[in-house]
Write a protein that binds this ligand. Sequence first.
Ligand SMILES: Cc1cc2nc3c(=O)[nH]c(=O)nc-3n(C[C@H](O)[C@H](O)[C@H](O)COP(=O)(O)OP(=O)(O)OC[C@H]3O[C@@H](n4cnc5c(N)ncnc54)[C@H](O)[C@@H]3O)c2cc1C
Length: 392
Amino acid sequence: MKPDLFQAPDYYNLDELLTDEHKMVRDAAREWVKREVSPIIEDYAQKAEFPKQIIKGLADIGAFGPYIPEQYGGAGLDQISYGLIMQEIERGDSGVRSTASVQSSLVMYPIWKYGSEEQRVKYLPKLASGEFMGCFGLTEPDHGSNPGGMITNFKDKGDHYLLNGAKMWISNAPFADIAVVWAKDESGRIHGLIVERGMEGFTTPETHNKWSLRASATGELIFDNVKVPKENLLPNKSGLGAPLGCLDSARYGIAWGAIGAAMDCYDTALRYSKERIQFDKPIGATQLQQKKLAEMITEITKAQLLTWRLGVLRNEGKATTAQISMAKRNNVDMALTIARDARQMLGGMGITGEYSIMRHMMNLESVVTYEGTHDIHLLITGMDVTGFAAFK
Ligand SMILES: Cc1cc2nc3c(=O)[nH]c(=O)nc-3n(C[C@H](O)[C@H](O)[C@H](O)COP(=O)(O)OP(=O)(O)OC[C@H]3O[C@@H](n4cnc5c(N)ncnc54)[C@H](O)[C@@H]3O)c2cc1C
């Protein structure tokens, strides 16, 4: 793979909206990605393997629980710093960002928000340091966009719960130490349970042959009469709103992350357009290639502004689920369009692993599907403005 020459576009001087702390956190993540992710990620994506050696580095840059209070091992940062870390990691690879998103927003967040103090103390510091890795089991083989229909369930057996069912498409599942699993009780109400690797009847087979997020491990979670101790139930929130609250936090991070992937594709295509000579002039001097680049930087700038504003709203506790939904949908679609155009700008070289673009493009096909598909997010916006739920 080519050396990482990334230069971040900032067309509207957005750095002026960031605090010194934001810039320090962002720059540390950017340097780490250049040093530790860019040189190795293509090889790991090619062999479809998660690079476990970067777990400690992810913890060191604050990627595991950026906004979790320091008393639980988190970095105690605000929502914009969280977003900037996700942007920089996904600039390297969406699969690596997925691992960080799951750990932070889908495992640490529910334990912090819905867990008991004993659960927080037991799990959060180890998750923040990367000593423990986690996964989040919501999706099932027959319930993806409609998770409320889940059939995974648990029964009260006096001194423990008995968990049965299966989850599919679970990021980090093949190596996770713990899983936050969403299941129905005997009355049909959804609860979160912490299931630990090694519990009898709990297995995590890996999903193979993905053409997307190849550097992220995906698997199933199978529960065959798993005895879960009663103290592993998350006591402070139940119902579908509990997992959806985690998704708000993760989708917000994805909205930032997608900008990172888009910036990397734009920056690569811009540099290539100045160096690649055809018909005795750089391809960047042709109107058609300039149109692509001009549209890319316009869309990146709009997404940066949208996401920064969303970060401010989240810091103030005012961002709605529908606002987060809009940013996730817009930014991932924006990144996918830019990746496709950038790939074409590199001609044949665009399909090789010499450049990051094709990998970003394939990764984004998962990002546009997970955490609510592109169409479902459109329907959430539609419901928000009309008051009618068209997906039900
Ligand atoms: C690589 C990867 C990693 C993932 N990681 C996780 C994870 O860690 N944890 C987890 O729980 N899940 C995870 N997922 C699952 C992901 O969230 C689901 O794939 C996603 O929610 C869509 O569900 P589905 O695949 O079952 O598609 P479906 O729900 O079957 O949807 C199929 C199509 O139908 C459309 N559709 C569905 N309902 C409607 C409707 N009412 N109106 C119009 N169109 C509709 C959808 O938009 C989509 O285009 C992951 C998925 C992938 C690919």
